[in-house]
Design a protein around this ligand. Structure first.
Ligand code: OAD
Length: 229
């Protein structure tokens, strides 16, 4: 029986692919007021601006490729049952080939009907730009993103995964945004926890901190797991 590795990733996971993080120096929230472009109130006030912001993110994503860290997590599937819970809205885990990816904050390359959240549509690379007037399948659409002030519907399955983990790994997140940051508290007692981040946030005693970027960190993690599991 393979051990279950549950991996929680944040913006730092994709930094080496050239995608901006949010809170690092020069990060996205330094360039754009977060409550204007990524909150429910902001969307109600100025939907045009919010569509424009996510259109730009989609074009950035189209130019990006998965990095060594994403690929390293795919390699771990040979030896472990790997489940990824990501705060990222990019599709780089999927494009690298990871099988089990749960998105906590939505997906950039999808939109959903404004009047029916169960209707979700994948955008085509040649038609990435949306506006408040865009109509798909008879519905006006909005980014398939969990805005601030909205609930994260996938947090329940994420908690269940963390409760089943034999090893829990956190990669590239400042642990500022809840409920994602709280996942750490659902790990069963005695389960090893690793945290890969070149500028790690405060974490409970006992967490193995690998103070390095995602690519190097995932490689180190794979070696450590081989000797400890
Ligand atoms: P942050 O921008 O808050 O944190 C990024 C983390 O990545 C920091 O801890 C950095 O030290 C780390 N980092 C930078 N370069 C790295 C590298 N090469 N390898 C590994 N780590 C690196 O991003 P998140 O914590 O993911 O939500 O932010 C959480 C949420 O806040 C996002 O999902 C987004 C944002 O508002 C929504 O928009 C809904």
């Amino acid at each position: 029986m393979k051990k279950k590795l549950v991996i929680s990733t944040g913006a730092g996971m994709s930094a080496e692919s050239g995608i901006s993080t949010f809170r690092d120096a020069g990060g996205l929230w330094e360039q754009y007021p977060v409550m204007d472009v990524a909150s429910a109130d902001g969307f109600a006030r100025n939907p045009e601006l919010v569509h424009k912001f996510y259109n730009a993110r989609r074009h950035d994503l189209l130019k990006a490729e998965p990095n060594a860290g994403h690929r390293g997590l795919v390699d771990l599937e040979k030896d472990y049952d790997v489940y990824i819970i990501t705060q990222n809205v990019d599709d780089l885990h999927e494009r690298a080939g990871s099988k089990n990816v749960l998105h906590l904050h939505g997906e950039l390359m999808k939109v959903r009907a404004v009047d029916d959240e169960s209707k979700v549509y994948q955008l085509k690379p040649e038609a990435l730009d949306t506006t408040p007037e865009t109509v798909i399948d008879g519905h006006r659409v909005r980014p398939h993103i969990v805005f601030f002030q909205e609930a994260a519907p996938n947090i329940e399955p994420a908690i269940e995964l963390v409760q089943q983990a034999d090893v829990f790994v956190v990669i590239g997140t400042s642990l500022n945004v809840y409920p994602a940051a709280g996942l750490l508290h659902y790990v069963r007692p005695g389960v090893p926890v690793y945290y890969i981040d070149p500028n790690p946030a405060m974490v409970p005693a006992g967490v193995h901190v690998l103070k390095m970027g995602a690519g190097e960190g995932v490689e180190r993690l794979a070696r450590e797991l081989k000797t400890t599991l």
